[in-house]
Structures are given as structure tokens and as C-alpha cells.
Design a protein around this ligand. Structure first.
Ligand code: OOG
Ligand code: MG
Length: 251
């Protein structure tokens, strides 16, 4: 098992925006996370900085779309963040998809085991957010260990205006439109019943990997609906009740 070689393969696929076959090597989940850490280490060595984490498969819609029933996480870097209203070149990606999320901004560090109330108390802000996922695997198909090794399909993300945290984030309406046409509607309740639970899980997963969540980190709670395929020229807007709007375009 050559963790470094697999990390290099996936990192290169990301940089060249070309798809690679699913991993032939049977990786355990721990090994898959080791590949993810090694591939992120390559990005940090190129000057990227970790700005937070993303959660995956925190909603039934996402689990069903991709056929995976386990909550996963990945790392976010500054190079993945796009300004609200910004445009990303389509050529940077293999077969990008977009999904509606909520982002959390942490005001304090979080230990591995926190209650929902403690996670809520750590919040400095909440925002509507879009994640652009882009699997480095052919046909956007993967096993659990494949996708974990591939940094959980992290590719780009945009965070809308931060709101001060308010209690009861559990039932906010979502509407995601592309080119002015509504593509997905849903509710924050789709994210583990309450997106704060995604933050509780993020705290545990990150700390268990020796990288506990810190003040200033951004945590993407996971897609509330299935993801939508993007085409060049698409402009995606997400409106989240009480949180407002975030916009991302692909050129
Ligand atoms: C894996 C990443 C899942 C989410 O929000 O559930 C994810 C994928 O669907 O490619 O980001
Ligand atoms: Mg996501």
C-alpha cells in the first residue's frame, strides 16, 4: 500500500482536471483518510492554507444520490474558496456539480466530544453556502474509501453573508436555482435533522484525526439536497430562509 503514490495520483488529477479510474487498491477507511491527509499535505506545501472542513453525506438526499450511507469529512483550503458572486473557470474541473449547504464560522475551538448546545455556543456566524464538488474519478463514481481518499470531492465553495447565530437552525427553507430556474428545494432539517449535528460530528471526526476544529474555521454542513450538474455559463443562486442569498457562476 503506497499512501503517498495514491495521494500524488489524486492530487495530480485535481490539478490537471482529468478523471482517473477508481482505486484498484482495497483501502481501509483509515488508509483512505491517510491518503486524504497526504494529498492535502501536498497542497499545503504549495502554499495553500487550511481554512476549515466540509462534511459529506449528512442528508438522505446525498446518500441516495451517491449510494453511500456514512458521514465523511474533508479539508477546505483558501484556494478552494471563491468570493460570493464570483466566477470559477469551468476548465478547472472534471465534471462539477453544485449543492446547497449551510456554513458555520467558529468563534472558539471545539473539543472532540461536544453537545449540540456546546457546538451552538462556539458559533460566530452562520451563512448560506454553495459547494462545488468534483470527483476526480471517472463518471463521478466511487466507493466510500475512494471518495474519502479524494478529499470527499472537495473542489470549490462559496459562503454568503454571515449572520449572527440564532437558535433553531433546524427548519430553514432552501431554494437553489441555476440560470434563474429552480432546481432544488429543501430544508436545513434534511441535514441530520438539524445542521448543528453536522458540526458536532465534524468536531469529533476532525479531532480524532489529530486536527481539532479551531476558532476561525469554516465548517460546511453538507448538501441538503441532491447535487446538480453544472455547465459552462451557469449562474447558481441559493436562498436560505433568514440567512439570505449566495451566488456562484461558472465561466
Ligand atoms: C461526495 C461529497 C459529499 C455532501 O455535501 O454530502 C458532500 C460527493 O457527493 O461527491 O459534499
Ligand atoms: Mg457537500
Amino acid at each position: 500500500m503506497n499512501i503517498a503514490a495514491i495521494a500524488e495520483r489524486l492530487d495530480t488529477a485535481m490539478r490537471d482536471a482529468h478523471a482517473v479510474p477508481q482505486l484498484a487498491e482495497p483501502l481501509s477507511l483509515d488508509q483512505a483518510y491517510a491518503v486524504q491527509a497526504a494529498s492535502l499535505a501536498r497542497r499545503y506545501a504549495r502554499g495553500e492554507r487550511r481554512v476549515g472542513v466540509k462534511m459529506g453525506f449528512t442528508s438522505l438526499a446525498k446518500m441516495e444520490q451517491m449510494g453511500i450511507g456514512e458521514v465523511i469529512w474533508g479539508r477546505l483550503t483558501d484556494a478552494m474558496q471563491v468570493a460570493d458572486g464570483g466566477t470559477v473557470p469551468f476548465t478547472r474541473f472534471v465534471h462539477p456539480r453544485i449543492e446547497p449547504e449551510i456554513a458555520f464560522l467558529l468563534g472558539t475551538d471545539l473539543a472532540a466530544e461536544v453537545s449540540e448546545a456546546e457546538a451552538y455556543a462556539a458559533l460566530a456566524g452562520v451563512a448560506p453556502a454553495l459547494e462545488l464538488i468534483d470527483s476526480r474519478y471517472e463518471n463521478f463514481r466511487f466507493s466510500l474509501s475512494d471518495v474519502v481518499a479524494d478529499n470527499s470531492s472537495s473542489s470549490a465553495f462559496v459562503v454568503g453573508p454571515w449572520s449572527a447565530p440564532f437558535p433553531d437552525l433546524a427548519n430553514l427553507n432552501f431554494t437553489m436555482s441555476i440560470g434563474g430556474e429552480t432546481k432544488q428545494t429543501g430544508s436545513s432539517a434534511a441535514i441530520l435533522g438539524d445542521p448543528i449535528r453536522s458540526l458536532v460530528r465534524a468536531a469529533r471526526l476532525a479531532a480524532t484525526s489529530g486536527e481539532p476544529l479551531k476558532a476561525g474555521d469554516i465548517v460546511m454542513a453538507g448538501g441538503a439536497t441532491a447535487a446538480e450538474a453544472l455547465a459552462p455559463g451557469d449562474r447558481t443562486t441559493l436562498d436560505v430562509e433568514r440567512l439570505g442569498r449566495v451566488i456562484l457562476s461558472a465561466s
